[in-house]
Design a protein around this ligand. Structure first.
Ligand code: SF4
Ligand code: SF4
Length: 402
């Protein structure tokens, strides 16, 4: 009952689009623009397992099927497989045939192009101003790399790891995985590997064993608290079992920030029916040669702790008490009233430095081109004060108020 099955699906239309999720909205919009009633849409909500009877009806009544979906060719492969098992045939097009791109995001224009190329329906042209307005809107976008939120302590962790790597002459490899902290990949390549949730400790576990065979690089794995509970514990136990020589850094910001602040077993809870599971106790129960705990807002201590732990042999864990600024300010509403952080132009070294904007790169720090000085965007700054430790010339300070 959840699937959007067009009445025409059983009436013998020649062409149909099969779609699900957000792609379905693009398909709906494209069909609306085309305005050809012989083209219909099967919008699937329950996609696993595929609704066999509906697909059977689809194959019986349509000679041409276009699959509109993002990521994998899941619907396309499933329907092709079902058609093969049922001995039914139709002309099927999608990612597998190159009719729509195999990667990247779907949009209405891609669907329209596929309809135009494939089904030979005379697509009504877009509004005359469409292209002009689209390229004007595109120019409004500011090109910038993906990065952390202002005041995110993950930035501090990678800043510290970069410093440590430099101290070690580059002899540091950081294996990570999926979460907000994946952005370390874009932070001057502070994260070297990133595959899937839990992959960081798995990769580091392997590299940490290779150090016994002569690998001289220091090995670090990075994961968030939610990922720790979700996917890291087997890899951690395995690394312990193999006596891997590594440092596992757990960024504990008490939430699943990347996907919408879902709680996890380690999240503080007021619910009497739930128990908060301590990451530290889990780690200690597995057995570590060394465990350190450090405040993610304290950059000098982060650098010293990472350096000391990473350069000590053994199976080590560092838990970083991190702060998700979005959670603090939007969800918990517990933001302290802090004194604003400013850049003192008289102390800022200008173009000869630029460390705060070009290397540390908090997005609340900007550059005054006319004066060649850094300044703080007060509407974005959360007042965390981390950048104060980053400026080597003490130009970033808290503004003293009465
Ligand atoms: S790090 Fe300090 S001195 Fe350097 S540009 Fe930024 S504010 Fe100026
Ligand atoms: S205090 Fe500094 S690091 Fe923190 S949000 Fe403001 S500009 Fe960014």
């Amino acid at each position: 009952p959840f699937n959007l099955v067009p009445s025409s699906a059983t009436e013998g239309d020649s062409a149909i689009i099969v779609s699900s999720g957000v792609s379905r909205l693009y398909a709906e919009e494209a069909i609306g623009i085309v305005g050809d009633r012989s083209l219909s849409l099967l919008g699937l909500v329950t996609i696993y397992p595929l609704p066999k009877t509906t697909i059977q009806s689809l194959l019986r009544n349509h000679s041409t099927i276009l699959f509109v979906e993002e990521v994998d060719a899941f619907l396309e492969d499933g329907v092709r497989g079902l058609a093969s098992i049922l001995g039914m045939q139709a002309r099927m097009f999608g990612k597998r045939t190159g009719t729509v791109p195999a990667w990247g995001e779907m949009n209405t224009d891609i669907v329209l192009q596929a309809i135009r190329d494939l089904i030979h329906i005379d697509v009504a042209p877009r509004d005359d101003d469409y292209e002009e307005e689209r390229s004007a809107a595109e120019k409004l976008l500011i090109p910038r790399p993906l990065t952390f939120c202002p005041g995110c302590t993950h930035r501090n962790v990678y800043w510290a790891l970069r410093k440590v790597k430099r101290r070690l002459g580059g002899a540091l490899i950081v294996a990570g995985d999926i979460g907000c902290y994946s952005l370390g990949v874009f932070y001057d390549h502070a994260m070297d590997t990133m595959q899937s949730m839990g992959s960081g400790i798995g990769v580091a576990g392997g590299l940490g064993v290779l150090t016994r065979l002569g690998l001289s690089t220091n090995v670090v794995a990075v994961a968030g608290d939610s990922t720790f509970f979700h996917a890291c514990i087997p890899g951690l136990i395995n690394a312990r079992h193999n006596n891997a020589n590594l440092t596992f850094i757990i960024l504990d910001n008490q939430t699943t920030a990347m996907t919408g602040f879902q709680p996890h077993p380690g999240t503080h809870t007021e619910d009497d029916g739930l128990a908060q599971v301590s990451i530290e106790e889990v780690v200690r129960s597995i057995g570590v040669d060394r465990l350190a705990r450090v405040d993610g807002t304290d950059i000098p201590t982060l650098i010293d702790t990472f350096h000391n732990v990473v350069t000590t042999d053994g199976f080590k864990v560092v838990i970083v008490d991190s702060i998700c600024q979005l959670r603090e300010r939007r969800i918990a509403g517990t933001a302290d009233e802090t004194q604003p952080v400013i850049v003192r132009p008289d102390l800022c070294k200008g173009d000869s430095c630029r460390i705060c904007v070009s290397q540390y790169s908090c997005t609340a720090l900007s550059w005054d081109r006319e004066r060649s000085k850094a300044f703080v965007l007060q509407d974005q700054c959360v007042g965390c004060g981390s950048c104060i430790d980053v400026c080597p010339h003490d130009a970033i300070q808290r503004r003293l108020t009465d």
